[in-house]
Write a protein that binds this ligand. Structure first.
Ligand code: ADP
Ligand code: MG
Length: 453
């Protein structure tokens, strides 16, 4: 039996390799788009839906080489271009040293080195403490595309939604340049990975691009896909999670593979399993300590997300209404109706803008919208329990009026402590759920009945 380390099997913070499960809905489309000359790709979906992992695993089937730029907030378009340019140095500079195994076009290489030295000179000349590297005029999107195309690299742009609109627009223009130059170089390609709804922002800039860009939406995982991750991990480590535990992991993951990896990792870790078990499989049958551990690890992130969401104008009642329902969430009309029932009149447009903001990465994405069912729900069931506990604490507190920042944080802490302490009852409350019943009508009815009682 092969020996695997726990940290290479369950990977909550890095792209999965050993436990990678194929995403049947999008697999073929991605590979086809990667193989098609001139086709640029935009991959979008919720944070944690598996975009990076999918590209990482599929890219190597098609491309030998790629470079990756992680877009960050406040990054300018120029910085993005410079980042890619620098990474191509591995091809254009090292090739001099390693005796030119692959033929490098001499004039392109000379052009590359020329630009490289002019960047170095302008950085030296800059007297400011914080040296800003300036994009030399010769380093145009066209020249970058040629450098990349001749080197045979594919360019992955991670998290492009973090860039400002102005820079996104420039990025769209650059994609167009890449398309136009791709008839010279078959492999030239940009894969832009971003949050939900960002694809349209790129394509909107130019209608002609629509045809030549593959927009690929990565859904949250189905319960079966989550189950496959667990099963692959079990086999690799020779452990066995009993069926109840599997159901709980699936329930809490709620389509997010990262939660599944975290819980499985902690479950093994708490039982002292750090690598493949020899002999009989090791049985794991208690999930509660792992949930407690998970909550402790995530406490800062969760408090911060709820705190951010509560600061959105008029969002509190919307969060309250959605948290009162089951994990399946509710449609726009139901949210509106329930708000009206607690005597809060919201206009459609106003509610829509609050919901959109609650779904946005900027404000912690505590709510997600499912296109298929048309429902808004919490992105993470732990966050939902946390929100419920928060409102309970808030309603029980002495004195009325608006909360000060300090009171708000005290309440968040209290609510968090309550869900950690209650995780036993929390898990009992959910353990009735069965695998694969996310959209089960009966379950929805039960929730509504409980609700209206
Ligand atoms: N197809 C998959 N099979 C197994 N694990 C996956 C898969 N896709 C994602 N994961 C896991 O889910 C987590 C989030 O994936 P990631 O690719 O970073 O999502 P995104 O880029 O959409 O935010 C990671 O822990 C990763 O290991
Ligand atoms: Mg990612």
């Amino acid at each position: 039996m092969d020996n695997f380390q726990l940290s290479e099997v369950f990977t909550p913070a890095t792209p999965a390799k050993l436990t990678f499960v194929d995403r049947l809905k999008v697999n073929d489309r991605i590979v086809r788009a990667l193989k098609m000359p001139g086709k640029q790709i935009v991959v979008y979906g919720y944070s944690g839906s598996g975009k990076t992992t999918l590209i990482e695993n599929k890219l190597f089937q098609v491309y030998e080489k790629h470079i990756r730029t992680n877009c960050m907030k406040n990054m300018t378009f120029d910085q993005v271009v410079l980042d890619a340019f620098d990474q191509l140095g591995g091809f254009y500079c090292d090739k001099i040293v390693d005796g030119a195994k692959n033929k490098v076009d001499a004039s392109l290489q000379a052009a590359y080195l020329g630009i490289k030295s002019s960047i170095a000179v302008s950085s030296e000349a800059s007297s400011s403490q914080e040296q800003k590297r300036i994009l030399p005029p010769q380093l145009t999107p066209q020249s970058l595309a040629r450098f990349m195309g001749a080197a045979g690299y594919c360019w992955i742009l991670e998290d492009f939604h973090k860039m400002s609109d102005e820079h996104k627009e420039s990025l769209a223009q650059m994609m167009k340049v890449f398309m136009d130059i791709s008839h010279e170089f078959n492999d030239l390609k940009i894969v832009a990975i971003g949050a939900v709804n960002t694809a349209r922002e790129i394509v909107r800039a130019d209608k002609e691009m629509k045809r030549r860009i593959s927009e690929i939406h990565v859904d949250l995982m189905s319960d079966d896909e989550i189950l496959s991750i667990i099963k692959k991990g079990e086999t690799l480590l020779n452990v066995h999670f009993d069926n109840e535990i599997k159901k709980e992991i699936i329930h809490y993951s709620n389509g997010l593979a990262s939660i599944c990896h975290s819980l499985c990792y902690i479950l093994c870790d708490l039982d002292g399993i750090y690598q493949t078990v020899l002999g009989e499989p090791h049985l794991i049958s208690d999930v509660i300590p792992a949930i407690e551990e998970y909550l402790n690890e995530e406490s800062d992130t969760m408090k911060c997300a709820l705190d951010k969401a509560l600061k959105i104008k008029h969002a509190e009642d919307v969060i309250r209404v959605i948290s009162s329902n089951g994990q399946d969430g509710m449609t726009f009309d139901t949210v509106l109706e329930k708000l009206n029932r607690i005597a809060i009149k919201h206009r459609d447009a106003k509610l829509q803008s609050i919901l959109t903001e609650l779904c946005g990465e900027e404000s912690g994405s505590i709510i997600k919208f499912d296109n298929d069912s048309g429902r808004y729900s919490f992105s993470d069931p732990f966050l939902q329990s946390f929100a419920r506990a928060f409102f309970e604490e808030k309603d029980n507190r002495e004195g009325a009026g608006a909360l000060t920042e300090r009171e708000l944080h005290a309440l968040l802490n209290k609510a968090f402590a309550a869900i950690v302490a209650n995780n036993k009852s929390l898990s009992a409350q959910f353990s009735g759920d069965l695998i694969g019943n996310k959209h089960d009508e009966n379950k929805l009815k039960t929730h509504t009945e409980i609700e209206s009682r």
